[in-house]
Write a protein that binds this ligand. Sequence first.
Ligand code: ADE
Length: 268
Amino acid sequence: MSDEPQNTAALSASKGSRLCIEIITLFPEFFTSFLQTSLLGKAIANGLVAVRCTNPRDFAPGRHRQVDDSPYGGGPGMVLRPEPLAAAIEAAEQKRGRTHRILLSPSGRLFNQSCAARWAEAGRLMLICGRYEGVDERIAQLFADEVVSIGDYVLSGGEAAALVIIEATTRLISGVLGRAESIVEESFSYGRLEFPQWTRPPVFRDLAVPDILVSGNHALVARWRRREALRRTLTRRPDLIERHPLTEEERSMLAEIELTDPQRGGRG
Ligand code: ADE
C-alpha cells in the first residue's frame, strides 16, 4: 500500500492476473469483505484476479470535495459531476492501462450470462458506479464502452451491481472455481434453468428424494434432469423458451411434463 497514492486502494497486485477489475466508486469500503470472501477471495489471493478501487472524491476540488450538484432543468436529487469521475477513470488507466469501461446504471442494457462470459476474457475491466439520482450524461458519452443495468429495479448506486457483475464474471475464469463446482450445466449456459437438486437425508418432512436419482442409471438420470430443467423453465421463465426454442427431445418431453405432478418433483 505504501507506494500507492491516496486515491487508490490496492486490493491486490495486478501483474499476471487473468482479469484486472478497476472499480470507480465513492464507497471503496463497500467491497472490502466481499473481495476477501470465499472463492473470489482465494482467486485474488492467488493472483488470478486483481481488483483496484479509485475514489472520485479524491479528485474533487475544494475543502468539501463535493462530487455532486443539482440537475440542469430542475428536479429532485443530485447528479454526479463529470470532472471527479473523469479524473478517477483517467488516473486508474494512466497508472495501469486501458480498460473495457462499463457504466452501471438502471438505464443500461441488461446484464446477463453472456456479458459475464465476454468480460471474463476482457483482461482489464472497469466498473463505474453511479450514485444519487444519476451521473452527468457526458460520462456515458465520453467514457463508457457499455452502459449496463443488472435488472429492472433501482438501487441507490452501482456498488451492489458491481458486486453482482464481479461474482458472475470472475467465476468463469479458469482456476477460480474449485474442481467440485462446474459451470457446464448451470442455468442460462444453455438457455434453461437448472434442474432441481437433492442431498441427504433421503426423506425430509415427508418429502422423499425422487426414486430415479437413486436408481444408479446415469442415462435415465441425465434425461430426467433435462426434463425437470425444462419443466422449471416453462413454469418460471417462459421467456427463455421463446429465445431458445424447444429441441426435438424437449418437444417429446412436453407430454410427460403435463402428465406428472410438478408439486411432487415430477416422479414420472
Ligand atoms: N444503479 C442503480 N440501479 C442500478 C441497476 N439496476 N443496475 C446497475 N446499476 C444501477
